[in-house]
Design a protein around this ligand. Structure first.
Ligand code: SIN
Ligand code: MN
Length: 206
């Protein structure tokens, strides 16, 4: 029987980074599938709990979408326009199955779109019920400088460039570690028509 060994990830303080895990064809398929959901659930710019608009644009797929406004960070069963979120495309669930080692499928695929000047401040992903499930992050498009720290905001940080097709698993001791995107290198990838970066994070919510 033909079988393929899973690529060995880099382990950066418990963040498992699979460089170039997703082929160019699969990346294009995923982008196409995400784009197909945008008429039902268009991108929007959420506000932080302090009322400041985020520089990334977001939407989601799955039973829940991540949302933020002056009432705080949370998951919502509907897009702000009242629509259900589209289903998580099979092309994306395949990546979860390949790297997650858990039997449950994710409830949310958060889609973050970074234009030239967008960034994401250091934060923890802690709006989910059960931290035994990992968060799986998929990078598409332009390179991004990913900063990772520890579980205390004051912990020392280090950075790594993430490129299109890279997959990062935040699980175990790294599940509640601080992380963020300092900047993107605009125009380093031809995957997206207008350059920029899409990051997908897959999460088990409830
Ligand atoms: C996130 O933490 O939600 C996004 C991380 C990334 O864009 O790589
Ligand atoms: Mn995050």
């Amino acid at each position: 029987m033909l079988w393929m060994a899973r690529a060995k990830p880099l382990n950066l303080r418990g963040f498992l980074i699979y460089k170039s895990l997703i082929s160019a064809d699969e990346q294009a398929e995923i982008v196409e599938n995400i784009r197909a959901g945008l008429s039902q659930a268009p991108m929007f710019s959420p506000r932080t709990a302090w009322g400041k608009p985020m520089s990334v644009q977001m939407t989601s797929a799955g039973r829940f979408g991540w949302y933020s406004d002056s009432d705080g960070y949370r998951y919502e069963p509907k897009h702000p326009n009242g629509n259900d979120w589209p289903a998580i495309p099979a092309s994306i669930l395949r990546i979860w199955d390949e790297v997650s080692d858990v039997s449950r499928q994710p409830d949310c695929c958060l889609v973050n779109h970074y234009r030239e000047k967008a960034r994401m401040g250091l934060h923890q992903d802690n709006d989910e019920q059960d931290f035994d499930f990992p968060v799986v992050s998929i990078s598409l498009g332009d390179d991004a400088l990913f900063r990772i720290g520890g579980t205390d905001r004051k912990d020392k940080t280090e950075s790594i460039w993430l490129s299109s097709g890279d997959v990062c698993v935040m699980g175990g001791g790294a599940r509640l570690a601080y992380h963020g995107i300092d900047r993107i290198r605009f125009g380093t990838s031809t995957l997206l028509k207008n350059a920029g970066r899409i990051n997908l994070t897959l999460r088990v919510v409830d």
